[in-house]
Write a protein that binds this ligand. Sequence first.
Ligand code: ADP
Ligand code: ZN
Length: 623
Amino acid sequence: MTATLDQAREVLRRTFGHAEFRGRQAEVIGELLAGRSALAVLPTGGGKSVCYQIPAMLRPGVGLVVSPLIALMSDQVAGLRQAGVAAARLDSNTTLDERSATWRRIEAGELDLLYVSPEGLLQPHMIDRLARTPLALIAIDEAHCVSQWGHDFRPEYRMLGRLAELFPDVPRIAVTATADSRTREDIRAELHLEGAREIVASFARPELALFAERKRGAAHKRVTELVAARPGRSGVVYTGSRDGADRLAETLREAGAPALAYHAGLDKRVRAERLERFLAADEAVMVATIAFGMGVDKPDVRYVIHADPPASIEAYWQEIGRAGRDGEPAEGITLYGSSDLSWALRRLEGRDVEPGVKQVQGRKVWQLYAMLDGTGCRAAAVRRYFGETGVEPCGQCDLCLTPPEATDATEAAQKALSAAHRLGGRFGRGRLVDHLLGKTKEVSDFEAGLSTFGVGQELSAAGWRELIDQLLFDGLLKEDPNDGRPLIGVGEMDAVREVYRGARRVSVRRAPQAAEGGKARRARRTREPAVALRPEDQPLFERLRAWRRDEASRQALPPYVIFHDRTLSDIARLKPESLPALAGISGVGEGKLERYGERVLEIVRGEGGDRGRPELLVEHAQD
Ligand code: ADP
Ligand code: ZN
């Protein structure tokens, strides 16, 4: 007999403490309960995991979950155990004893969910053993890792295609938060999900306010300002290099921010320790390369700042998406420059991949910059990129709040393009500006004789720089990074000719800096606080948080595995007086009610506030 959606809803209520399915969860679960495979694309924080966890609990046999990162697995397993679900993981960190205990539970039919790494899963002895085990389903998390079009390609994911023939009767589900239509096709083909239903939720993240600005001067200074304006919150700052991460973290610490650096060049133990500190803290800034991220499910990250731009819109959405996973307001802020664009294109040129792949990736770079440097709603641009139609402007990104005013600069552009052309791509941007202004030091006869020498008196040096940036973003000029001494030359010749003819107009935005301190900033300040609470509920919320912090450190778990901020703020707001009332709050399932219910009610009643600490000391002493 197959389980029904009503039973699934019952599990959602009792075990996970949520009243109703959200978005398209019920559809995904329906497919799996019916024994069919599916491909689900749900936004970050959209609740992907219950889509396979609940069917795994309801169907006979154990549900296998393939996940790319140990951190991700251990959080999920810890969370499930807290909720009273029989879950375990097998990865390179599990001991031999743990392994045999886990296998005993599987064979006794006691386990509902087993988390494995792709490499671990495909080892012959594992496959042999699983072939003799009834399987409820196989879930492939972060399925975009299978696609080389994507940004997180993991070769070991390709091997997962074999699961189709190894377990032909087991429903499989591929889940991811970011996949454009090409990546989805790739997932289907590689994982042999040809007949599977595709369920793609909206990519809207209404809790995320997006901002982007061109880099101006010292980027580290700007990041420091941005971080300083957001005290008492958790944030992630992405940088393009390890060295950049170290230096920026240092700068931020000097400015008084609780910043930590994280990148692949650090010792494994240091990394693990910093990750743990970040996850446990209510306020911490992780300054990281993209080595930090996937699988970091800290729900209360309030902002993500790109000190250097991401690699594509997929990467952007994935990285920015780490803010506001709890559904509370959060911000994504990106700093970008025309040299970042040039570097991205140059790196691509040097990559050893098929021309077709290179072409697609080159287009992705341009699409990213079109969104960053564009003039229309950012959130809408991203959603259209992922194939959504009928998308409305978000009303809260910087471009919605302060639509840029465009000024025609075609005539000046003609001068700049012509000058770059005549200088033959042999000089950098400073020299090009000097040439236009007629200020080149020790100018050669050749240069002084060019018709473009000194023709650009109408703009200041800064004005020319701004325009050159614009021309680079438009592809009319191009920059050769030349090992850090960039050279400027003309770009697409056909397009340049159109500008010469006046058939194509060039417009520049009023300097985004003009808006700085004005509307955009005010809008930021008036945004709701991290967790919207009435002031009179705040003390209770803080007491609950303090209790959660102690409880988490006692169990050596990240705090959010116990309760999310959102659940605590609901408790602080609603002040439940009984266990059934507490159970009615989203995020409080039976397992957690039993474990923590009484204690939470005591805190709500205002009892035992001072008891927490001494008790904790005693327990530590007994350990
Ligand atoms: P992701 O899709 O990013 O993997 P998770 O599965 O971690 O998201 O879920 C994100 C959050 O949403 C979790 O706190 C989870 O408990 C919560 N959640 C999941 N399903 C529901 C639901 N139906 N109603 C309310 N909250 C839910
Ligand atoms: Zn917008």
